[in-house]
Ligand binder design. Sequence first.
Ligand code: HEC
Length: 138
Amino acid sequence: MYKIMIAIGLISLFSLTLHAEYTNTERIRDMKTMEEAMMKIQKGLLIDDRNILSKGVNQLQQVTRKVEPPLESNSVLAQEDTYKYKFSRKEGEKIIRFAEDIRVDMNAGNKHSASKSFVKVLDECISCHNKIRKWQDK
Ligand code: HEC
């Protein structure tokens, strides 16, 4: 009985840690999805198709909620308390908000405002990439 309980405990602990870890491979896959979503949004803008644009916005918002920064293995803080993590969350929130602006502008028939909001999203992508590069250089 004891052995079974320990085995069950170990399995659930193992699956918990598996679940908690966000790997580099997952991040690269999610980044490719973000890029794909941005291309959909751009296409929607170029061919004046609200449907495609809206699909791209949904896709971008969904994937952005999942993205996490690289783990800070030598930190004494919990991952959620690190500056990197908080910064990434903030970037993500901005991306979600500006993406919604693109949709609102497009639905209001204002493509120029929509394209400005598109660039705002792109700027957030770049900000995070710039910062991450610095973190990686250290
Ligand atoms: C939370 C930070 C963060 C945000 C925000 C972010 N990225 Fe990234 N992105 C990364 C990291 C980390 C990598 C891996 C960088 C490296 O290894 O140099 C990456 C890499 C990429 C790559 C290269 C993937 C590959 O094939 O190797 C693409 C494309 C990309 N991001 C697109 C985007 C787009 C588009 C956005 C905005 C909609 C975005 N990213 C926003 C952190 C971010």
